[in-house]
Design a protein around this ligand. Structure first.
Ligand SMILES: Nc1ncnc2c1ncn2[C@@H]1O[C@H](COP(=O)(O)OP(=O)(O)O)[C@@H](O)[C@H]1O
Ligand SMILES: [Mg+2]
Length: 405
């Protein structure tokens, strides 16, 4: 698939933008803070309804946008995407509700309105219609950051290709919150000498397992597939880098670290049975602490090379190679899952790679995606400038404006 047209109104530093795009490589060059990442963010948002950057939705609306005729200030993004099974137009409206007197950049909240092909829809109806893989320098945090980042990665990746995953994930999060409330409640009752309500506990457990087992099953499958694809890429990339140990070339592994033992099981019913058994084991502890201790909200996965977790034992170079391998694997995995090729968004990552890996990445992505949008501060990273002009559409980004060069 590829995005033919992107329009923005009052989205971050863009007041108005109407951009036609084509297949293949597109490079957005510009200085820092000119609006390059914002372009990729817009596409990511149209695909997932969420921004990849931390922060609140109201920040997405241009600070200068004003409420008019009683209607709140808003940002609007539209994307026309040509997919294998037909064209689609996605639209997201972000409305900034600002309390009187609040500063535009801080006060208030934001709401989203979504349309697909001109008809109002829920977020869940848009998610997955457009598929993107985003790769930015912050993705190094996937290796070295906290488990919650890796869970978020799995959730947003799987939600893009599996609606059932998205529904169960939304329900699961609610069940965990409510179950925690219930556990605290029981703890208080126990403190006052009352016995815990067994029936209610089993209802909460049932809900937790029903939603959670599917999440675990899909995470397990996804990591297994990604692992196979990433290992091959990792071997290639390691071979290109003489600073890395050659013996590390064939030993890359993504290892799922579920919150309880899954050894030998892979189907949903068996996972559910293990999950239930685990809940019985941790029951006393859960009641004591007032939190849910088992389930996908406690999952993690690790990047292993030579059977060592590279979050602690790896060099920066190894960590970068690992993330790059995962991201490139994701592109092939998404195509295998959906039957269509995702749009690739590479945010400022080429500057971190040496010339051989840069070339390998460019070759790989052009072979695996119909459209690749790349941002860079400097075109020198692409090597031969004439060759670049031959193979890519070049744009200059400056102060929230985009110009073809
Ligand atoms: N809501 C907003 N209104 C106006 N400007 C914003 C808003 N949010 C972010 N910006 C500004 O937009 C600019 C572009 O940011 P970004 O796309 O990250 O730039 P780049 O990737 O080119 O470095 C930054 O200067 C940032 O301060
Ligand atoms: Mg940027």
């Amino acid at each position: 698939m590829y995005c033919q047209r992107l329009t923005l109104k009052d989205f971050r530093n863009y007041r108005r933008l109407d951009l036609s795009l084509s297949r293949g490589l597109t490079v957005f060059q510009g200085e820092n803070a000119s609006g390059k990442t914002t372009l990729l963010e817009a596409l990511y948002l149209l695909a997932t309804t969420k921004s990849p950057r931390a922060g609140s939705d109201q920040e997405l609306v241009n600070f200068g946008a004003e409420a008019e005729f009683g209607a709140p200030a808003f940002a609007r993004l539209t994307g026309e995407v040509d997919r294998q099974d037909g064209e689609i137009e996605a639209e997201i409206l972000i409305l900034r509700d600002q309390p009187p007197g609040a500063d535009a950049s801080t006060g208030g909240t934001a709401r989203k309105r979504i349309k697909v092909n001109g008809t109002a829809r829920r977020s869940i109806d848009l998610i997955g219609k457009i598929n993107v893989v985003l790769f930015s320098p912050e993705d190094l945090d996937l290796v070295i950051g906290s488990p919650s980042l890796r869970r978020r990665y799995l959730d947003s990746t799987l939600s893009q290709i599996d609606h059932r995953y998205l529904r169960h994930w939304q329900d699961y999060a609610k069940v965990v919150a409510q179950r925690n409330g219930f556990l605290r409640n029981v703890r208080e009752r126990q403190n006052r000498g009352r016995s815990p309500g067994r029936d209610e506990m089993s209802i909460w457990n049932e809900e937790l397992v029903k939603n959670g087992a599917y999440l675990i099953k899909r995470r397990l499958e996804a990591l297994q597939s990604l692992n196979g694809l990433a290992a091959a890429t990792h071997a290639k990339l390691t071979g290109l880098d003489s600073s890395l140990m050659p013996e590390a070339a064939n030993s890359f592994q993504l290892v799922y670290l579920p919150s309880f033992d899954l050894q030998g099981v892979s189907d949903e019913a068996a996972i559910a049975a293990r999950f239930e058994a685990r809940l019985t084991e941790v029951r006393a502890q859960e009641l004591q602490r007032g939190v849910s201790l088992a389930g996908p909200h406690r999952d993690d996965f690790a990047f292993m090379v030579e059977e060592a977790n590279i979050a602690t034992y790896g060099s920066r170079g190894q960590q970068r190679t690992a993330v790059l391998s995962l991201k490139l694997a994701e592109v092939g995995w998404m195509q295998a899952q959906t039957g269509d090729r995702p749009i690739l968004l590479l945010d400022d990552i080429l500057s971190e790679l040496d010339v051989h890996r840069r070339q390998y990445v460019l070759d790989t992505v052009t072979a695996r995606a119909d459209q690749i949008l790349i941002t860079a501060t400097d075109l020198a990273f692409f090597g031969d400038q004439d060759a670049l002009r031959e193979m890519a559409a070049l744009y200059l980004v400056e102060g929230g404006a985009v110009k073809r060069v």
